[in-house]
Design a protein around this ligand. Structure first.
Ligand code: D0W
Ligand code: ZN
Length: 611
């Protein structure tokens, strides 16, 4: 339904306002879909020409939003019904598009496009001729290699070719972004980003959730550290208790499921990583997405439309084109075009990512009837949780067995513990990382972290909260935050931490709706139209209401709670506490790695052993 209007004629202002909203909604679909098309062209074919077109298109879109905001400001909305007030509020909430100086606005868009290009075209040359891109080559090495030296060279090389090259650009971005949002009355960019959650206590709420979840993370960290020491030898591990960041199977040590084969509590049980089975069954990217589509359809939700299959880029092009390989889901805001761009490999990780991206598309489909201003997640954490909630059902051994990816289904306590470990390496391992990215960025936007301290502040958080340390000494010549996609691409990150908490609350509510009995971690809502109906009702609301309303409709709760997540993993925590005893924890400060001292330590070590 178009924007809801008050009773007709009650106030000329209101009738005119209704006409303005109708015009806005029609124009926004035209402007935003044109911009999406140009941005898509750039992301699927990175050239100077396409970058310039994308910068100009973003600039024109920003100027159009500025103009609409000025037109909306003319209306006195105080007497309007709440829905009209909300629509006007969102039309005026234009973020960095508020930058009045057009030259500065163009510079901001240009700086962002340049950082995105550096990140997506970076390659690491281990020899003159052998230069590897992140996807799929370096990522595959991190998943498969157990050669500490090679992993260390790739870890340093990736940071030299990505983050290190964008430090100056990032400082320019920070200043321009802050100047823009201050025009709207926000203190800084972080203040603006947090305002989207429409929750006064948001910053404290996520800090409390993190504190509540720390003990779970500490137990997992201790177990993983002990197993990795057995694999690589104690000498690779600093005395401070940190895990070197290049040994966790992921370029950013953000999730550890790629090294799960070293970490299974009971190694003689069936492996839960179905990658080998997918390869054996000659899975393709297309088939991965059709399996995901089948799940959404089984819930009675909307299947992917033909335009999705026609327009998406589901594999890395082999024609030499440079593309942004980092997966993403696109709403073209025309009610017709919805696409995924993913350089899909046949691995379980990509199988999971496909469900995550399709979760975004399903949300787009469910709210496509809403006014454009309401075509967004109830909050950004909701948007990140949809696909992951489905994955919580898909990745159960029972479901993987049902779809033929797990030939032998073993159901006993040991297999159960192995399964919970595999899920914890994805979900619990992620929590400090999901939390710390925006702790760093909010401190930068606030001016608490100056450019001269960018890397020091980054590693302070990494060592203290995540208990991981750099494999080699880092300095302010480096810019390690820039080595992570979301920093150059300016995508807020606390949404993922929020999602990892919310998705277990959603999972619990949907499993109840599906009539599931027994432990939460064995629930599979496949084929439950009861669960699908409840999920669809929440998704179709988009951002038309403050998030607590759709949240309560689905979960009967009014606040984020870590309880369902902790209940899900409780059996594993009991196992880990027994295994770990007192052998857990790490010093808050990073280990001292500076070249002199480590050389000193080595020679001292040699001297002592020589005596
Ligand atoms: C036009 C546009 O940009 N659209 C947005 C969506 C929207 O806003 O509508 C979008 O597509 N963003 C890309 C981003 C991609 C991925 C990601 O970056 N994930 C995080 C964290 C994480 C990791 C594991 C996991 O299970 C869940 C999250 C990371 O990898 O660090 C890659 C892997 C999965 C999701 C995404 O889909 O969120
Ligand atoms: Zn996402």
């Amino acid at each position: 339904a178009m924007g809801v209007r008050g009773e007709a004629g009650s106030n000329v202002n209101e009738t005119a306002a209704g006409e303005f909203l109708d015009m806005y909604n029609t124009e926004a679909q035209r402007v935003f879909s044109a911009n999406a098309a140009v941005s898509w062209a750039f992301n699927t074919n990175i050239t100077d020409e396409n970058r310039q077109k994308s910068i100009q298109s973003d600039l024109q879109t920003d100027l159009w939003r500025q103009n609409m905001s000025h037109q909306a400001a003319v209306f006195n909305t105080s007497g309007f019904d709440p829905d009209m007030q909300r629509q006007f509020y969102k039309i005026k909430d234009i973020g960095t598009a508020a930058l009045e100086d057009v030259a500065k606005l163009e510079e901001l868009n240009s700086v962002l496009a340049q950082m995105s290009t550096i990140y997506s075209t970076a390659r690491v040359c281990l020899t003159k001729t052998d230069c590897l891109p992140l996807d799929p080559d370096i990522t595959r090495e991190f998943e498969k290699s157990r050669n500490e030296e090679r992993l260390r060279r790739l870890w340093v090389g990736w940071r030299d070719e990505s983050g290190k090259k964008m430090r100056q650009l990032y400082t320019q971005f920070v200043d321009l972004s802050n100047e823009a949002v201050k025009t709207l009355g926000y203190a800084d960019t972080g203040d603006y980003w947090r305002s989207k959650y429409e929750t006064e206590t948001f910053e404290q709420d996520v800090a409390s959730l993190f504190e509540e979840l720390k003990p779970f993370y500490t137990e997992l960290h201790a177990f993983v550290r002990r197993r990795l020491k057995a694999q690589y030898g104690d000498s690779v591990f600093p005395a401070s208790g940190h895990i070197p960041a290049h040994l966790l199977g992921n370029m950013w040590a953000q999730q550890w499921n790629s090294v799960q084969n070293l970490l299974m509590p009971y190694p003689d049980q069936p492996i839960l990583d179905v990658t080998a089975e997918m390869v054996k069954q000659e899975y393709t990217a297309e088939r991965i997405f059709h399996v995901a589509d089948d799940f959404f359809a089984s819930l009675g939700l909307t299947p992917m439309p033909q335009e999705f299959w026609n327009g998406s880029m589901l594999e890395k092009p082999q024609d030499g084109r440079e593309v942004v390989c980092h997966a993403s889901a696109w709403d073209f805001y025309n009610g017709i075009d919805f696409r995924v761009k993913q350089c899909t490999e046949v691995t379980m990780e990509h199988f999971s990512t496909a469900h995550h991206e399709m979760g975004h598309i399903e949300y787009f489909l469910q709210y496509k009837h809403q006014p454009v201003v309401y075509r967004g997640g109830a909050n950004a954490g909701f948007h990140e949780a949809v696909g992951d909630v489905i994955s919580l059902s898909v990745e159960t051994p029972k479901h993987l067995h049902d779809i033929g990816l797990l030939p032998t289904l073993v159901e006993n306590n040991e297999a159960d513990t192995n399964f919970l470990m595999a899920m914890a390496l994805q979900k619990i391992a992620f929590l400090p990382f999901g939390y710390l990215i925006d702790q760093w960025r909010w401190s930068v936007f606030r001016g608490q972290t100056h450019p001269s301290d960018y890397n020091k502040a980054w590693w302070k958080l990494r060592c203290e909260l995540q208990g991981v340390s750099p494999p080699v000494a880092r300095t302010e010549d480096d810019f390690d935050p820039g080595a992570k996609f979301h920093i150059p691409n300016n995508t807020p990150y606390i949404r993922y931490f929020v999602s990892f908490v919310l998705q277990f609350q959603f999972h619990k509510a949907l499993c109840d709706a599906a009539g599931h009995t027994g432990p939460l971690h064995t629930c599979d809502i496949f084929n439950s139209t009861e669960a699908g109906t409840k999920l669809g009702e929440m998704l179709s609301m988009g951002s038309s209401k403050v998030w607590t309303e759709p949240f309560q409709a689905l979960t009967n709760q009014t606040r984020m709670s870590a309880q369902p997540l902790m209940d899900y993993f409780q059996p594993l925590m009991t196992f880990l506490q027994k295994e770990n005893g007192q052998d857990k924890g790490w010093q808050p400060d990073c280990p001292n790695l500076d070249p002199i001292s480590s050389a000193g330590q080595a020679s001292l070590h040699y001297l002592l052993t020589a005596l």
